[in-house]
Design a binder for this molecule. Structure first.
Ligand SMILES: Cc1cc2nc3c(=O)[nH]c(=O)nc-3n(C[C@H](O)[C@H](O)[C@H](O)COP(=O)(O)O)c2cc1C
Length: 401
């Protein structure tokens, strides 16, 4: 038995929240909430992970308002799903897991067919290629009033999530969604107090954190997910991420999760492995569409060969500059990697694909450790799970079929 693996499997506190171990299910929007309503399929995805020993399930994506959804199958936090969400949270609690929710707003990165506004709004005017099929090819520039209204959605969502039984909230500050659109010079061209230098570009993200903190109080854990960089020239860098982390730390965030890349500019940086283009083409049955995809998709979905723990250096770089707790994410799929993360002094680890492949990974790995053996989730990082986000049955591991 390894000292560091024992640490991974032992109870720990995230802020003031007691967790049964240090392994958390990462936010993975699963496409299992048709029209934004979570039900049996959503629970069927999460329950085996809670039964399989994770300390906390992260439910994604919890939009702060209807227009904060990238598509209309995502949830937004409001009374219309109070009952359904409460049932899911209670059930996961019964399995001994705590429940976090990833709170996000897509800003201008929207393909939502049910948009209530005339167009998606972001920091600055821009083309919205994702929205072309939905009839929203342009992003409008937010006024100060729009910004204030968005901050209010974070406050209301914080109140709602705490009230219905979430144990923690993970605010999405990365991946090219609303708050990171303000942080990134690629999307923020403003000349007012919300654009320009880093303090101005962090003004809205910090206001969102302040609003959520006000809504949930000091004892309720708030995590933040950041991108190490945008993955595109002219975008944010690791040095910017460190500055962003320092500001969030100073503002009282409990823990930081360092991811990488952006859904809009370079999605493959967040999950290294086979390009999603492969899985997407596999699913397409129309030969003409397939031909078009063959030329278009490799430009967006680049190929980054898989390596275990591909963000560990970035996570340590941030950790060395902040006082809050740290959560590692990115390519942790076996006991050796868990051990490395714990030995590096990182407090918690989030797993995405390894749990999609092997929902009982935590209990399996713990039993193997007790028997003095190694354990591997057998996730092959083909990323076909991620191409099933829009599939009618939602995300699953095709290797398990
Ligand atoms: C199917 C799928 C859906 C995802 N959806 C989200 C999401 O809604 N929010 C988010 O921040 N990251 C999302 N991610 C990224 C993961 O949270 C995580 O950062 C990434 O998969 C790397 O971790 P892993 O190597 O443990 O899978 C998703 C990943 C997958 C595979």
């Amino acid at each position: 038995m390894s000292e560091y693996l024992n640490k991974a499997f032992s109870p720990a506190k995230l802020g003031k929240l007691e967790l049964r171990n240090r392994i958390i299910k990462a936010a993975t929007f699963e496409g299992r909430s048709p029209k934004g309503i979570p039900g049996d399929s959503f629970l069927a995805f999460h329950k085996p992970m809670a039964d399989g020993g994770v300390a906390m399930n992260t439910l994604a994506y919890c939009a702060t308002e209807a227009d904060g959804r990238v598509n209309n199958n995502m949830m937004y936090m409001d009374d219309h799903i109070r009952q359904e969400l409460s049932v899911i949270i209670d059930s996961l609690h019964t399995s001994g897991a705590k429940v976090s929710g990833q709170m996000a707003h897509c800003g201008g990165f929207s393909g939502n067919k049910d948009l209530q506004r005339k167009r998606p709004l972001g920091p600055s005017r821009k083309l919205n290629t994702l929205g072309i099929p939905a009839g929203y090819p342009f992003i409008g520039e937010m006024t100060i009033r729009d910004i204030d209204a968005m901050v209010d959605t974070y406050y209301r969502t914080g109140q709602f999530m705490k009230e219905i039984g979430f144990d923690a909230i993970e605010i999405h500050f990365g991946h090219g969604y609303g708050l990171s659109q303000f942080f990134s010079p690629l999307t923020n061209k403003r000349t007012d107090q919300y654009g320009g230098n880093i303090n101005n570009r962090m003004r809205l993200p910090l206001r969102a954190l302040e609003a959520v903190r006000k809504a949930v109080g000091n004892d309720f854990p708030i995590l933040g997910k950041l991108s190490l960089n945008d993955g595109k020239p002219g975008g944010t860098t690791a040095e910017d991420c460190v500055e962003q982390a320092k500001l969030l730390d100073k503002a009282g965030i409990d823990a930081l999760i360092i991811s990488d890349g952006t859904s809009s500019h370079n999605p493959m940086k967040m999950f290294l492995g086979e390009s999603m283009a492969t899985g997407m083409m596999e699913q397409e049955t129309n030969p003409i569409a397939k031909l078009g995809m063959k030329f278009m998709l490799p430009r967006l979905f680049k190929q980054y060969p898989y390596q275990e723990l591909y963000i560990l250096d970035g996570c340590k770089q941030v950790r060395d500059n902040v006082d809050c707790q740290m959560v590692y994410i990115g390519g942790c799929s076996n006991t050796e990697s868990l051990e490395t993360v714990m030995a590096a002094g990182i407090d918690f680890v989030q797993l995405g694909r390894a749990l999609v492949k092997d929902p009982a990974f935590v209990n399996n790995a713990k039993a193997a450790n007790e028997a003095g053996q190694k354990y591997n989730s057998e996730c092959i990082h083909c990323n076909r799970c991620a191409t099933l986000i829009n599939h009618p049955d939602g995300v699953r591991c095709p290797e398990n079929d």
